[in-house]
Each structure stands twice: as C-alpha cells, then as structure tokens.
Write a protein that binds this ligand. Structure first.
Ligand code: FSX
Length: 372
C-alpha cells in the first residue's frame, strides 16, 4: 500500500490499466475478482460484470481522515502481506490523503488534501476512522483544525463516506461512558451524504476493501438498518461459527481450560457475543484467512456493534436464561436425533427471522422456540 500523492496527475485513471502498470497480471486480476465476488456474495453469473466494471472503473480519489482512534483501523489494513486483495484494491485507488501513511507532513500534507478535494470535488470518496469530539474543538486537531471542521469541510465535496471502524460508525471506545470528549459518530453529524458504516474495532481489512471494490464496481452497497453493508454484516458471527453444532447440542465450555474448551465446544457461557454480533469474522477470518478470535479459543467481544464497550460483560453469557442451558442438550438427547434435528430447524427458523430484524437471539429464546 502506498500513497499516490505524487502520481496524482500522471497515473492511468482507470483501475484495470493502473493495475497492469503495477505488474498485476490478467490472471491475478481475475483471481482477485473471483475472491471479491464470493466475499460480496455476488452471484457467479455476475462475475463477468464485476470484472468488466472493476477493470473500467475510474480510479477514485480517496481522502482518509483519522480522528479520535487508536490507529488500529489503519494498523489492521497495513498488517496485510503482499499480494493480497487488500493490497490490490489499495493499489486500485488513488489514496490522496492519509496522514498516518503519507510521506508528506505539515503544510505539504494539508495542501495535498486541499488540492485533491478541489480536483475531485463532488467525486472523491471520504474514509473516516475515529470519532469526533464535540466537547471542545481543541480536544483533537489536525494542523490546527478541529476534527469537526475538517469533517464538515471534507464531507461537503465527497460522493460518499465510509465510516471505517466502530469509533467512526458509532462512537466506539472514545464514546464509552463517561464520554469525556463528547465523542460522536460520523452519521451523527453528516446527514446529506451516503454513509457506509464498516464497524469493527478494528474492522476486517478485507471487508474495508470489499466495500471499496463494491463501490468501484456497482456503486453503493445495500445497507442494513445500522448502515452496514449487508453482504458483510448480514449474518451474525454465531450463524457462521464452526462451533455452532456444539451450541445446538448444548455442549458449552464452562472455563477456558476445561475439557469442553479443549474439545472446542461453544463459548457462549464464557461470554461469547457471537449471537448478537453481525460481522464477517467467521467467514473471512483474519490475517489472510488464518483464524479469528473464536477459533483461537476466546469468545467474540461484539466489537462491531453500536454498544460495544459500554455493553461490557465480556465474560458473562448474553442473557441469564430462566431455564437451564442444559435443557437444550436435554431436548435433543431425550427426544432422539430426529426430534433434536427438528428442534434445531425450529431454532434456525427463529434465528432466521431475528436476523432479518437484527434482533438478538438468546438461548432463552431458542428454548421457548424448541418447546413451542
Ligand atoms: Fe476505533 Fe480505529 Fe477501534 Fe482503534 O481507527 S474502531 S479504537 S481499532 O483505531 O477507530
């Protein structure tokens, strides 16, 4: 990943041509498109359309602003090794301003931002990570300009905004009680531009680039009620978790080192927030598909949800069931495999309904469903 400030006016202004000047073969490009299509849940029949659209898409100017954050979002992106889909898509855009990654500093950096905004007014993509403090403009400034002023100014000329990370999407950790800086999210301030929330603390790199690829090829992605692209946030971690069969059978680890934990049983009782967290960790995983927290033996913390942090209870089960968690296993064992499978289907159905409405489903709900 490199900054593109110096070649702003000389590089081919088309994704396909630009990638070929970067040594990306046609074969590599097609592989990249196939990966993107499966990640975006695009039908295989639309693959040629995706290839053509991406190949001919103009390289968009991207201005990236970082406000109150820990730089984890940028770290997440730059942890990728080459060649990756992340690297490819970042080669495909013209990253004209990113004050953590660019070589320029001080006045030269701000000049680059102003020039890019002027040259691409109305067309550039604005990526924001971090929350915006409203308590006092001096809490966070860049080149003497408050985060609020910089966001309002940059948003005016943007075609769309990507709020990358939970801080930008919902306020995140800076907004956690007692919220000393008066932190707010991008969507609390900007009402007249399309905003795509890509939450996660940090967000999955390949999801950020998947959203960019979708924007390049097809325009704005379909969003859920929390402003997240459905292609990546349409299902809960729990829905796609490889430990899910243990949940259905009522096999739960009780401690991080008991026999259940060693057998890879469900981490629900240890506080896993997979059932109430919508993200793609269980499918895309992290570090080029190596693993994700649950696969490493730790429950999901729910970092891509609006109430992350204040919701807390990282090591407590999602709800305190009125019944006994063991009953779930009881139903399956007592009634035999067929009834157990039927109960599982009913539970799946209830979850399916809840996914559509983005409601939390607890073990308690599933027990009710099973006994209905
Ligand atoms: Fe927030 Fe990102 Fe968490 Fe950190 O930029 S989403 S604290 S990973 O860095 O904004």
């Amino acid at each position: 990943m490199t900054t593109r400030i110096k070649d702003l006016n000389t590089a081919p202004n088309n994704v396909g041509k630009y990638l070929s000047t970067q040594g990306i073969s046609r074969r590599g490009f097609l592989k990249f498109c196939t990966t993107m299509a499966s990640m975006m849940a695009v039908s295989p029949t639309l693959l040629p359309q995706l290839v053509e659209a991406l190949e001919n898409a103009p390289r968009p100017s991207v201005i990236w602003l970082s406000f109150q954050e820990c730089t984890g979002c940028t770290e997440s992106l730059t942890r990728a090794h080459s060649p990756t889909v992340e690297g490819l898509i970042f080669d495909a855009i013209s990253l004209d301003y990113h004050h953590t990654l660019q070589a320029a500093s001080g006045e030269a950096a701000e000049l680059a931002r102003e020039e890019a905004m002027k040259a691409h007014w109305g067309k550039y993509l604005l990526v924001v990570d971090g929350s915006i403090p409203l308590g006092n403009p001096g809490f966070s400034t860049i080149a003497g300009m408050s985060n609020l002023d910089m966001l309002l100014e940059a948003a005016k000329g943007a075609a769309a905004i990507i709020a990358a990370g939970t801080c930008a999407a919902y306020g995140g950790i800076p907004k956690a009680n007692p919220n000393p800086t008066g932190a707010v999210a991008v969507q609390d301030l900007i009402k007249d531009k399309p905003i795509i929330n890509v939450p996660g603390c940090p967000p999955i790199p390949v999801v950020i680039t998947g959203v960019l690829a979708h924007f390049l090829a097809f325009g704005l992605p379909e969003l859920d009620s929390l402003g997240r692209p459905k292609a990546f946030y349409g299902q809960s971690i729990h829905d796609r978790c490889y430990r899910r069969p243990f949940y259905e059978r009522g096999q739960f680890a009780e401690t991080f080192d008991d026999e259940g934990a060693k057998q890879g049983w469900c981490l629900f009782k240890l506080g896993c927030k997979g059932p109430s967290t919508y993200n793609a960790c269980a499918t895309t995983k992290w570090n080029q598909g190596t693993s994700f927290p649950i696969e490493s033996g730790h429950g999901c913390l729910g970092c891509s949800e609006p109430n992350f942090w204040d919701a807390g209870s990282f090591y407590k089960a999602l709800s305190v069931p009125t019944g006994d968690l063991g009953k779930i296993a009881g139903y399956a064992l007592a009634a035999g495999g067929i009834a157990g499978a039927a109960a599982g289907l009913l539970a799946q159905h209830k979850k399916g309904q809840a996914i559509k409405e983005h409601k939390i489903v607890t073990v308690n709900d599933l027990e009710k469903g099973n006994s209905a």
